[in-house]
Design a protein around this ligand. Sequence first.
Ligand code: VG1
Ligand code: CO
Length: 573
Amino acid sequence: ILKYIEWITYILSTVLVLTVPTAPYPDQRPGSSGLRKKVYVFQSRRHYLHNFIQSIFSSIDLRDRQGSTMVVGGDGRFFNQTAIEVIVQMAAANGVGRLIIGQHGIMSTPAVSCVIRKYKAIGGIILTASHNPGGPDGDFGIKFNTANGGPAQEAVTNKIFQISRTIEEFAICPALRVNLASLGKQMFDLENKFKPFTVEIVDSVESYANLLRNIFDFAALKELLSGENHIKIRLDGMHGVVGPYVRRIFCEELGSPANSAISCVPMEDFGGQHPDPNLTYAADLVDAMRDGQYDFGAAFDGDGDRNMILGKHGFFVTPSDSVAVIADNIFCIPYFQQTGVRGFARSMPTSAALDKVAKATKIELYETPTGWKYFGNLMDAGRLSLCGEESFGTGGDHIREKDGIWAVLAWLSILATRRQSVEDIVKDHWLKYGRNYFTRYDYEDVDLDVACEMMEDLEILMVDKSFVGQRFAVGDKIYQVEKADNFEYTDPIHSTISRNQGLRIIFSDGSRIIYRLSGTGSGGATVRIYIDSYEKEHIFQDTQVMLGPLATISLKISQLHNRTGRSGPSVIT
Ligand code: VG1
Ligand code: CO
């Protein structure tokens, strides 16, 4: 009888591992950074989430997976908790030994990158659709990062996609319940397993804040934000994941007043807004800055990897300029004084402002396709220290993701050292290097077939021999095509080739028009047109006025308005 009771207790306390049959979906291809779909897709399609999570686990060799550590976090959007509960149950059933999860399932994308590296995890899963809106009618998304802390490389995402197309079953421990609220370890005995499965709930901010303390001079920043001649800042969390990070780091630690942190309570639907830091979606911040009350402003996206930098009166720093200014002032950041500067990089559509600094400082510059994953290899190989994208992403090699809070601390470090306004620093930069005017037009929710057809037609037109040399005139401005191609990148470390990364038209004065389809949308297509032009002399003009002729040419060449029936872009950045 005793033996029997012992056996019954064992069965009751151990968690059952089940294998559940499922059918594949054809549309689980990860985009620029993870899989993004409408929330209802995850809710209404049977096992849609399970299939994708199983595909992630199956993409990892069993030997690497068994007993391994993985990290899980999310930006707090609707469906975050539900997804994490499923991921925990599936991680246990798939042999993962330990999961490290941010308290309440909250952890920013840069913090996940930091924690993966710190705990030498084999990877991490981030529940976010980044800057896409959230809530029951919004988007949900799943990013997968690998052992270096960065977004999975194409080889990995391709493998995940292949598995998802043929998946027949998934493994799960349906009875396993985890408490996401209480910090500390929770252990579970699984049937047929020797080692217990451990879940560790960690403070979402701590490890990340520790890392930043070793990068920046917090004493100097504290003086800047709360010392005698302190400046006034306004940081807009846009109800995304950065709220707790902003409050802990800027308010509690660096002494900025509590009311400098705006919209810093994470919300499941981001207050109904797009958590996207640009002049359109962060217009409230721009308005609040206008009267000159604040010296510095910044906004972040849903998962905390993007940033927008503003100076007094809402002076806007383009992301392309931002990374160039940081590069030019890089030794205001103690971390780089210690590590030295190994290289700079920017995504192809990002303006060449950074190239000018690289040339002047004789530091290597890399031009990569869009998406942070391309920077990771260069950093791992010790060839890259600082990089940025025009899409409001900036970061260094302290982690393998772009990092919104880091970018703000980098700017504040420059302000603390130079004691000049943001506007003066940027204008000095233009005086020194000339100015790269930049704008991006986004046409959201375009019919996918129309968008693809436009890209195909454009490519046919552009590769025709007669295209090079052709002249386009608007008013008294004449641009002559010097080069036209479909951007292709050979990774300098692994020699892997990424094709089809954007159609480029480069004119004889160096101006560019670039067409790309977004890889982060959740339905339809988003057409992006990037336009930039360099000016040595006329550096204080209005961007839209300066780039107006090129914009007109870009629409003329692509026939975008005729094809889509649109009369203008949904968003201009
Ligand atoms: C966009 C941006 C790209 C960025 C990516 C992920 O991709 O253009 O620069 O790296 O989003 O950022 P696409 O394919 O839509 O142009 V995030 O903050 O959405 O993870
Ligand atoms: Co993001």
